[in-house]
Design a protein. Structure first.
Length: 354
């Protein structure tokens, strides 16, 4: 079957033709450029950005585009000039290697890249966001973006590395102190990942707020010390507030109520992706008088290998996180499940169970 596809140079892929029009069809089989490798996709996760790309509300995306940026798979071909000595132990890449892929495409030469701030790259791009991604049988990616995964980590687990890597970067930015109390507003995929990592990173207790009680139940199962559908309720147990408050919703009202729960001298992190037009009302007097630190966190930076190591060591409860896996043909349906907030992480398996 695969040989047939390679000969025909045609593969199955999700194509967003234009905002609002998504179909599963065929696309030319990608050929890796000199410094690229071809990946047979094992699993690719759907996230909020994919909803925005389908709707046309993610400005960097061109159309038509094959989306998909949270993925892992097998190397099946190498370009003519793939650099040797990639990543840990100076790996020489070969066909058959199992990898997770960092979707970030940083230019390497802008002002931000030159000071090690590639996630703020002036020429920012990402596989599946600005160039063809992994909701397809195959995807060609720069060899420098691949990371080997251990044998005991499945492709579905490895496809969760990208969002975990975002959470790791967030916690690097927030840098909570050992023993800190924490409130996370939003118990979706990112909130639940941040919670598991922060508990492992030394938070003494973490309260979780969400309107979805099913997700709160998962948070409790994963170790949340308190769950509630309002911040006020949580404050009744923690009247001085929390050392660290993280917004993982991107919703203006949730950000405002989360901010009221920051303890004097505490930190507030805006992690969720708000609409670019959104505005919030915060008290500058409190930021001044209570010495509150406000932190932002955007995507991935120096956090991909740590995320793989955390997955490999069992830091994340995969059973709770990986709730749905659908074949490529059912992508439109999978997208609807994400839109309705069903389960936790929905993934697509373009080549069946690899
Ligand atoms: Zn994502
Ligand atoms: Zn750059």
């Amino acid at each position: 079957m695969m040989i047939f596809l390679l000969e025909e140079k045609i593969m199955r892929a999700v194509i967003v033709d234009k905002p609002g029009t998504v179909h599963v069809g065929t696309a030319p089989d990608p050929t890796p450029k000199a410094d690229e490798v071809l990946i047979r996709v094992g699993a690719c996760g759907i996230c909020g950005t994919d909803l925005h790309i389908a709707e046309g509300s993610f400005p960097p995306s061109p159309y038509p585009i094959i989306p998909g940026h949270e993925f892992a798979g097998e190397i099946v071909a190498l370009g003519s000039n793939v650099p040797k000595g990639i990543g840990r132990k100076g790996t020489v890449l070969r066909e058959g290697m199992r990898v997770a892929v960092d979707p970030s495409l940083f230019c390497g030469h802008c002002d931000f890249c030159r000071v090690g701030h590639g996630n703020l790259c002036a020429n920012w791009g990402a596989i599946g966001d600005t160039v063809s991604g992994a909701f397809a049988e195959y995807v060609a990616v720069p060899a420098a973006n691949v990371y080997l995964i251990p044998d005991h980590v499945s492709y579905r687990e490895a496809a969760l590395v990208e969002p975990i890597s975002c959470a790791v970067h967030g916690l690097h930015k927030l840098s909570p102190r050992l023993g800190d109390t924490m409130l996370i507003v939003g118990a979706g995929t990112m909130g639940l990942l941040l919670m598991q990592l922060a508990l492992r990173g030394g938070a003494s207790r973490i309260a979780m707020m969400d309107l979805n009680t099913k997700r709160l139940a998962l948070a409790e199962k994963l170790g949340a010390s308190r769950i509630a559908t309002s911040v006020d309720e949580l404050l009744s147990y923690e009247p001085d507030g929390f050392d660290c408050v993280v917004d993982a919703t991107g919703i203006a009202r949730a950000i405002e109520s989360g901010f009221t729960a920051v303890k004097r001298g505490g930190k507030f992190m805006v992690f969720g992706v708000a609409n670019s037009e959104a505005r919030v009302s915060l008290s500058p007097f409190r930021i001044y008088n209570d010495e509150i630190t406000v932190v932002g966190s955007m995507a991935v930076l120096d956090s991909f290998q740590p995320a793989i190591d955390l997955v490999a060591s069992g830091a994340i409860n995969m059973e709770v996180m990986l709730t749905q896996a659908l074949p490529l043909e059912r992508y439109p349906e999978a997208l609807e499940m994400v839109r309705r907030g069903e389960g936790v992480k929905t993934q697509v398996l373009p080549n069946g169970n690899l």
